[in-house]
Design a protein around this ligand. Structure first.
Ligand code: FRU
Length: 505
């Protein structure tokens, strides 16, 4: 694909003629990789989820968006609302780069309620004439009709002394009636940090300091920090860039994970355990959390990574969001489960029960391109169990489980086209307990694998041929007694128009 020039990347959506947009839309609509039940960009590139919140009976879900192609360029916020986090109504652009401060992108941020009204706090990205980055933090009010009004001035106009312009992604949280914002940063030594601000009136923000952790030298930048408490456990989530891979850990270009413990907010001291990755697949980054209507903590991530080219790029679009996951802490461990409302997508239930061994391939009559598959491991005397999805004569996506080592491997060597600039074609995680259950969500071009009821998740894009629809099971040696429950999943009609271009602002 031809290189995108800087001028092309920073072209405004509003300045592009309709014919060009319609051609792009048509190209995207023809893509064989379009997803059925995931949020994806109608054209161009989607990245971080932004402004997630449940407010006045509706969920608001926005994402970073460069509309004009599958590259990181001039970023907008594109917004959906939802009643159930499963069906989404596109609302169009909510924040667009139309001021000097955000001339080079409205970057990531979060949503919060102040005096009963909805607001966004976000980073405005500006480049000066020498292309130096200038990052400021802003607030915008979301009106009842969905239009968004930016405050005239930045609420935080520069990074604190000792930090660089890598200063972005404010996540607002409220504790004891006080508003706090946690912001991703880099100090002048080139180390990633999370900075804490406080406000009583959301206009004036006082810098409190950086959150002290024992991860002083852990990457050169921390993007998209998030903080919350579940059942007395404080969790600090962030995306460190520049952490070296270490065995089965930190294999992606950038990492996304959390530390858990106790945060003393007055002294900004976090006592915590190890940094854990949130996801062990190939494509997961920049997640954000929020509280749903039932008080549960929900996480949505970006199913993609920066600095990587994807096979759908040639069709004029890239990436999608992950399915929403419910977070909980059980036995001191963070669990992630798919939200229950996803059951609404189920149709055509099929079940099967049987022994998998060295010779079995098809324990069950299933095929599928977009489905949920639950595998209960009822007995396991196999050395290694193999589950394959999206198989054809030449393609297969393999999940292997080694009984002795408890290592679970996702192998996409034969999955089809692969993204570029990705280390290796396998991802492995060692489970805490014996494999008892896998729950797979397979969409047209992705897989989300939940292991042992929330113990581990592996999320990946798959660029497999349309005719690769087989599902297979076997073992290396020995047998395993398995129960399969499979559902086809139904999606909504893809949005095929460019009608929301003019809305808001
Ligand atoms: C993370 C990120 C954020 C930034 C946004 C820009 O993927 O780099 O730090 O706000 O994307 O699109």
């Amino acid at each position: 694909m031809a290189e995108w020039t800087r001028a092309q990347r920073y072209q405004r959506y509003e300045d592009v003629d309709n014919e060009t947009l319609e051609n792009l839309q048509q190209q995207v609509n023809l893509s064989k990789y379009r997803q059925l039940f995931h949020i994806q960009p109608k054209t161009g590139l989607l990245n971080d989820p932004n402004g997630l919140i449940y407010y006045n009976g509706l969920y608001y879900i926005s994402h970073q968006w460069f509309p004009l192609g599958p590259v990181h360029g001039l970023k907008y916020w594109y917004t959906y609302t939802s009643k159930d986090l499963v069906h989404f109504s596109p609302q169009g652009i909510s924040l667009r780069p139309d001021t000097v401060s955000d001339s080079h992108g409205v970057y990531s941020g979060s949503a919060f309620v102040y005096k009963g009204e909805l607001y966004y706090m976000y980073t405005a990205n500006h480049r000066d004439e020498e292309w130096n980055r200038v990052s400021t933090q802003h607030i915008a009010k979301v009106h009842d009709d969905g239009s968004v009004e930016k405050f005239p001035e930045a609420v935080i106009s520069h990074p604190p002394t000792g930090y660089t312009q890598h200063f972005r992604d404010p996540k607002v949280f409220i504790k004891d009636d006080t508003y706090y914002a946690i912001i991703g940063a880099q100090n002048e030594l080139g180390q990633g940090r999370a900075l804490q601000y406080r406000s009583q009136d959301i206009k004036h923000w006082e810098f409190l300091g950086e959150i002290n952790t024992n991860l002083d030298a852990f990457g050169y930048m921390w993007e998209c920090p998030d903080y919350f408490n579940i059942d007395g456990y404080d969790i600090l989530l962030f995306c460190p860039q520049g952490v070296e891979s270490d065995g089965e850990h930190f294999r992606n270009i950038y990492q996304s994970g959390y530390i858990m413990g106790q945060l003393d907010i007055n002294h900004l001291k976090m006592n915590h355990g190890d940094f854990h990755e949130l996801d062990y697949g190939f494509d997961f980054y920049a997640p954000q959390t929020f509280v749903d209507e039932f008080g549960r903590r929900i996480l949505i991530g970006w199913m993609g990574l920066p600095d990587t080219t994807y096979p759908s790029d040639q069709d004029g679009w890239a990436h999608c969001l992950t399915l929403p996951r419910v977070l909980s802490v059980e036995g001191g461990n963070l669990k992630q489960r798919p939200i229950k409302d996803l059951e609404k997508l189920r149709t055509n239930k099929e079940t099967a029960l049987g022994y998998a061994n060295k010779f079995t391939t098809k324990l069950h009559p299933y095929e599928g391109k977009q489905f949920e598959l639950i595998i209960d491991v009822l007995e396991n005397e196999a050395t290694e169990i193999y589950f394959e999805v999206r198989t054809s004569k030449s393609q297969s996506t393999l999940i292997g489980y080694n009984t002795k080592s408890r290592k679970l491997t996702l192998d996409r060597t034969d999955s089809g086209y692969l993204p570029e600039n990705v280390e290796g074609t396998t991802r492995t995680t060692t489970l805490d307990t014996d494999l008892s259950k896998l729950q797979l969500f397979v969409d047209t071009s992705s897989i989300e694998i939940f292991c042992n009821d929330g113990e581990r998740v592996l999320t990946s894009r798959l660029f497999t041929d349309e005719d690769a629809v087989g599902i297979k099971t076997s073992t290396e040696s020995g047998q395993a007694f398995l129960k399969f429950t499979k559902y086809d999943l139904k999606g909504e009609e893809d949005e095929k128009t460019i009608s929301n271009r003019g809305s808001s602002n």
